[in-house]
Design a protein around this ligand. Structure first.
Ligand code: GLU
Length: 284
């Protein structure tokens, strides 16, 4: 009985393998095969990033992309066999990330994407590759210094982010939380005074605060409200890609390319980052 079940299972596995091989052979060209198809030979890879987070994932006015996540994604793609000109970046907003991976819109996501148990139910994570902390961004003359000061105040964060969840469940359940689809909308609200504070990862907030058009207007509260372990999201069960990405991240750190990406992207924002995390080690 047991043997039969096993045989059946391996027959099914063999059939699945044939199917996936066929799919790979038929895919190609524009990378429509789950965000990427093969390696080299003019194929493309689709990678999810943020478009509106300076220093992490930003679409520049000339259509190019910059930021730490962009550099990590580009390094990883290279290790997977794709040159920079074979990458197609796709915007994956905070609330869209799990679905983008489930649908196979992108091969992987590098978008300030914290590894959480809840998200691990629907996607897999390589990494972590950066440790950030939730913080508050307020106007320079604000008297908000603690999370408890937020109760009764107008606060902005992003739908589908750990930042919004933490506020509701933990730090400031009595704050009047306004959720947007991206942090750039929140920064406009903070500037106009519609909200009293913006909360998310310090890495993101530092990037905004250092922008030329906001210089001198905002300050970070400097609170380490949480540990945000950034991972690279892949489709659940795509162990092959996951293992390759982990190897690429390890190489990025040991070759010091990780340090260069940190200096290039966080230097201008004066963001004091944590040391490179160890692959597979989550700081709770
Ligand atoms: N790292 C946090 C998260 O994954 C906040 C930043 C974001 O929304 O991307 O939810």
């Amino acid at each position: 009985m047991f043997t039969m079940k096993l045989r059946k299972a391996s027959a099914a596995a063999a059939a699945a393998l044939v199917l996936s091989l066929t799919a790979t052979a038929c895919g190609g060209g524009d990378g429509d095969n789950e965000g990427g198809s093969g390696s080299g030979g003019g194929d493309k890879i689709k990678i999810g990033i943020k478009y509106d987070q300076p220093g992490l994932g930003l679409k520049e006015p000339d259509g190019t992309f910059s930021g730490f996540d962009v550099d990590v994604a580009t390094y990883v793609a290279k290790e997977l066999g794709y040159d920079a000109d074979q990458i197609e970046f796709v915007e994956t907003k905070s609330a869209d990330r799990e679905n983008a991976l489930k649908r196979g819109d992108v091969k992987f996501i590098a978008a300030t994407y914290s590894i959480t148990d809840e998200r691990k139910k629907s996607v897999d994570f390589a990494g972590p590759y950066l440790l950030a902390h939730q913080d508050l961004l307020v106007k320079t003359d604000s008297d908000i210094t603690e999370a408890t000061d937020l109760n009764g105040k107008n606060l902005c964060s992003v739908t589908g982010s750990t930042s919004a969840e933490n506020v509701k469940n933990d730090f400031a359940p009595k704050a009047n939380l306004k959720e947007n689809s991206g942090y750039s909308e929140c920064i406009s609200s903070l500037q106009s005074g519609t909200v009293d504070a913006l909360t998310t990862d310090d890495s993101i907030l530092a990037g905004f605060a250092s922008q030329e058009q906001y210089k001198g207007q905002f300050k970070l509260a400097g609170l380490k409200l949480s540990n945000e372990n950034y991972g690279i999201g892949v489709k659940k069960g795509d162990t092959e890609t996951l293992n390759k990405i982990n190897a690429a991240l390890e190489k990025m750190v040991s070759s010091k390319a990780w340090d260069k990406a940190v200096t290039d992207n966080f230097g201008p924002a004066n963001y004091k980052n944590e040391p490179a995390p160890k692959i597979g080690v989550i700081v709770q």
